[in-house]
Ligand binder design. Sequence first.
Ligand code: FAQ
Length: 313
Amino acid sequence: MDDKELQNRFQAQVDAEIKIEPKDWMPDAYRKTLIRQMSQHAHSEIVGMLPEGNWVTRAPTLKRKAILLAKIQDEGGHGLYLYSAAETLGISREEMIEALHSGKAKYSSVFNYPTLNWADIGAIGWLVDGAAIMNQVALMRTSYGPYSRGMVRICKEESFHQRQGFDILYTLSRGSAEQKAMAQDALNRWWWPSIMMFGPHDSESTHSSQSMKWKIKRKSNDELRQDFIDATVPQAEVLGLSLPDPELKWNEERQHYDFGEINWEEFWSVVKGNGPCNRERLAARRKAYDEGAWVREAASAYAKKKKEQTIAG
Ligand code: FAQ
C-alpha cells in the first residue's frame, strides 16, 4: 500500500472507533502528537506531586496525612502508567525525562503555583483534580489503545482525589471564621489557574483541530472548560464559598455559565517558564532524579543478574 492508502485506512479505523494499537501503522505526526501529549501528561502527574508533597509533614491530623500520602502516591503511579504507555510509541523513558529536565517538554501550568496553607490541598483536590478528571474522562475514549486504557484506571483514582479535596474544604468552610477565610483564600488563588489548565481558546490552540480529527482529543479546550465550570459552580454553592469571578453568571439562553476572560498573559508567562514556582519545580525534579541514580543502577544490575541466572540455569 502506498502512503495515501495507509493514511486513508488509518483514518477509517479511527472514524470507526477501532483503537489504534502500538504495532499498527500510524502517521508519523500522529505518533509525535501522542508522544508530546502523553509525555507532558506524565510529567504533569510527577511534577504535580510537589505542591502537595509540601504539606505531608504539616497535615492537620493522622487521617488527613494518610489520605494525602495515598493521593500523592497515586499521582506517581499515574505518571508511571503514562510513561509506560508513551514508551509503546518508540520513545524511551530516559528521553522523555531528559526533555522535561531540559525545559523542552511542558507540564501543566497549574503546578507552578505555590501551596501556601492547608486549604490549598483542598483546593487542589477539588479544582485541579476536578479539572484533570473532566479532561481525562474524555480521554478514556481517545483513539490510542494504551492511552485510553490507562485513563480508565486513572479516572477511578482521580475521583477519590477530588472527593478528598472537597471534603477538606467542606470541613474548613463549616469551621471557625478563620478556617472559612482560609478556604476562601485558597479558592481565590486556585480558581483561575485551574481553568487555565484546559489550555488556550480553541481559536488559539495549535493542535486541537488535527487532534480532534484523529480522536486523540474528544472534546476541545473550550468545551471542557465550560463543562468544568458548569459542574463546579453548584459545588461552590454547597461549600458556601464564592468564586472569584464577578462575570460568572447563569445564561438561561445558552444553558451554561458565562464567565470572565482568563489572564492569558499570565498563562503564557507560566507556560514559558516564568511562573512563581517553575524554577523550583524543575530543580526539585532534577535533584530527585540525581539522588535516585543509585536505585536505578541497583534495579538494572539486579535485572541483569536475574537474566544471566535464567540463561545459565
Ligand atoms: N500548561 O494546541 P494546544 C493532573 C500548551 S494531570 C502548560 O491546545 P493540546 C493530575 C500545549 O502543550 C494535568 N502548557 O495543545 C494531577 C501546546 O504547547 P506544545 C495534565 C499548556 O496538547 C492533579 C500549546 O500550549 N493533564 O492534573 C497548557 O492540543 C493533581 C498549545 O496548546 C493533561 O496533560 C497548560 N495548561 O491541548 C496531578 C491531559 N495548555 O506542546 C497532581 C492531557 C496548553 O505544542 C495533582 N493533555 N499548553 O509545546 C491534554 O489534554 C492537552 O495536551 C491539553 C492541551 C488540553 C493540556
